[in-house]
Design a binder for this molecule. Structure first.
Ligand code: AMP
Ligand code: MG
Length: 414
């Protein structure tokens, strides 16, 4: 019996431990997940301040214009006002400087003339609050700013930085990776001996792990040999929070991962109702979550996306675990095995109708890496479907947004 993919994903997520909490510095926080909600400890901005360079005035003074006022102070950003603004007076003020007591509006410098030293002529009227950024206008003390489970991007961390809050996050997972197979040689191998292939899976997995902010423990290429695989596992369980292998989990005579883990750990070798990526080993070795991915590179990719990525995000405490899906049209149609959820590698673009259109990005065999590289999305054909006609509707799991535009596309012809 093949396991439905959703059931497999649920089982994996249920088995994932949560990594420890750590407090991290701002720059190091990007890519980590908040373990606690963040509440503001102070107002942001902390004080009323000028939104423009100009003159702080009493707004009732400038209801009728033009009007001339005495300039009593000059307030740069970072300074404390030295004078109170009273009727008939104004203070020159720079963007971000504290609004002086008495003033309730800032007249932009573009809307005044300077008739003489310490005098300003206001040419445009103002009302209370004009060009003032009020204290707490961005964030109020006590406000819930971010919920736990948020994966921090630079924009989020900049908010934390503005509040001086070093966040509590979950530690990033250390992930041990290895490629198994007697046929594998390092990618730097210039000339291949007969029957050998370059190991591309580790490069792929490392890239995906980097995107997640995981730390990689690279155990290299492991031959199809029980002793070698066993010692690589020893190294992995000693240091890693999760183990990801490729190869050796299907029905072959030398499937070392499968054979070794019959005697060690609690890893189940399953057939998932999906394509590519049907064979999968999942469980724990000495308590460390273990993912035995298939060997074929495209299967590795899809299995990583469907199982490992959500699992690691879950360990990191993330609320959102799965990539977004958008409805689209499969222009060229596809016939699939109706017993499986099939992930079709597709390129996408948004048609003049504003709808996402997808086409197969190349051969759909699980060894065709190039079609994967050209793909923007996985078009998901669910179990029980079997065929999508050309122009038929489909869900697109976006792996990247093909939004990058050329100069001509963005700005028109030169
Ligand atoms: P296996 O599941 O070990 O039988 O591997 C399935 C297929 O994937 C075989 O054709 C392998 O040569 C290929 N393969 C396994 N590991 C890698 C790897 N690290 N890089 C590229 N291809 C691989
Ligand atoms: Mg193999």
């Amino acid at each position: 019996m093949m396991r439905p993919i959703g059931e497999m994903q649920a089982g994996i997520l249920d088995a994932m431990p949560l990594l420890d909490e750590v407090r991290v510095d701002f720059d190091g926080a990007i890519g980590s997940v908040l373990s606690r909600p963040v509440d503001a400890r102070e107002n942001l901005p902390g004080f009323d301040n000028a939104a423009v360079d100009g003159f702080a005035v009493v707004s009732s003074d400038v209801a009728e214009i033009p009007v001339e006022l005495d300039v009593v102070d000059d307030i740069a950003a970072g300074c404390i006002p030295a004078a109170v603004v009273t009727t008939g007076t104004a203070s020159r003020i720079m963007t971000g400087a504290p609004v002086p007591a008495g003033a309730d509006a800032i007249i932009p410098v573009e809307d005044v003339e300077i008739p003489g030293e310490d005098r300003v002529r206001i040419l445009v009227s103002g009302s209370p609050g004009d060009n003032i950024r009020p204290a707490g206008g961005s964030v109020r003390e006590g406000d819930r700013v971010f919920d736990a489970g948020l994966r921090l991007e630079a924009t989020h961390v900049s908010v934390l930085a503005s509040m001086g809050i070093r966040p509590l996050v979950r530690r990033r997972p250390i992930v041990a990776i290895m490629s198994t197979g007697d046929e594998l040689v390092p990618p730097s191998t210039a000339v291949l001996d007969p029957g050998l292939i370059r190991d591309s899976n580790r490069t792929l997995i490392k890239g995906r792990l980097a995107e997640l902010g995981a730390e990689v423990l690279d155990l290299g290429i492991v031959p199809d040999d029980a002793a070698a695989f066993g010692s690589a596992l020893d190294e992995a369980v000693a240091h890693a929070d999760a183990i990801v292998t490729s190869g050796g989990v299907s029905m072959g005579a030398y499937d070392v991962v499968k054979m070794t883990l019959r005697e060690r750990g609690t890893v189940e070798f399953l057939r998932v109702a999906m394509q590519p990526g049907k064979p999968l080993g999942f469980g724990a070795v000495d308590g460390v979550p273990f993912f035995g991915l298939p060997g074929n590179p495209v299967s590795v990719f899809v299995s990583f996306e469907q199982f490992v990525r959500p699992a690691l995000l879950s360990m990191m405490g993330a609320e959102r675990l799965f990539r977004d899906r958008v409805p689209g049209i499969l222009d060229d149609g596809v016939t699939t095995n109706p017993e499986k959820t099939v992930f079709v590698r597709v390129t996408t673009d948004r048609g003049p109708d504003g709808v996402w259109h997808a086409r197969r990005s190349g051969g759909q065999s699980s060894n065709v890496l190039s079609a994967l590289a050209f793909a923007d999305a996985l078009a998901v054909v669910p179990v029980g479907t079997g065929r999508v006609e050309p122009g038929g509707s489909i869900e697109l799991e976006m792996m990247r947004w093909p939004e990058a535009r050329t100069r001509e596309e963005a700005l028109g012809a030169r």
